[in-house]
Ligand binder design. Structure first.
Ligand code: SF4
Ligand code: SF4
Length: 135
């Protein structure tokens, strides 16, 4: 099984098509939508994680591209300015994948980028606005 995180950019004419359902139905690829910014009639963007046999993921992605969807590898893009962090733990409380932790022995904030799904919840939680997430 392979896993791939991609950013999909949909032109307006494709925005309303059920492409995620198609990946599951036609290619048997597990498709998790991690973030989405989509409005009817406008360009849409979606961060997805695909899981399945590599050949099926490849075929599904090729089909998306044929439909006009722009496909790019997701760049892990979480920025944390830890020089100013006061280790208050507010961001850890909203981080469901437990990518952010404050704990012994030094009680400093630790970010595990491999666990981060770029959901952005921690961005609003930080009182000092030290975290930025982009995709
Ligand atoms: S973006 Fe989401 S998963 Fe990543 S560190 Fe913040 S809350 Fe956790
Ligand atoms: S919420 Fe902000 S200040 Fe508090 S631990 Fe997280 S990054 Fe540091």
């Amino acid at each position: 099984m392979a896993k791939k995180r991609l950013v999909l950019t949909f032109p307006p004419e494709v925005v309303e098509r059920p492409v995620v359902a198609m990946m599951v139905r036609d290619y048997d690829v597990i498709t998790n939508i991690l973030r989405a910014e989509i409005s009817e009639g406008e360009i849409g963007r979606m961060l997805v994680e695909l899981e399945g046999p590599a050949a099926r993921i490849k075929a599904g992605v090729r089909h998306l591209q044929e439909l006009g969807v722009q496909v790019e590898d997701a760049i892990r893009d979480i920025e944390l300015d830890d020089r100013l962090c006061i280790s208050c733990g507010a961001c850890t409380a909203v981080c469901q994948p437990r990518a952010l932790k404050v704990g012994a022995p030094d009680w400093e904030l630790v970010l595990d980028r491999d666990r981060c799904i770029l959901c952005g919840f921690c961005v609003d939680a930080c009182p000092l606005q030290l975290i930025k997430v982009k995709f």
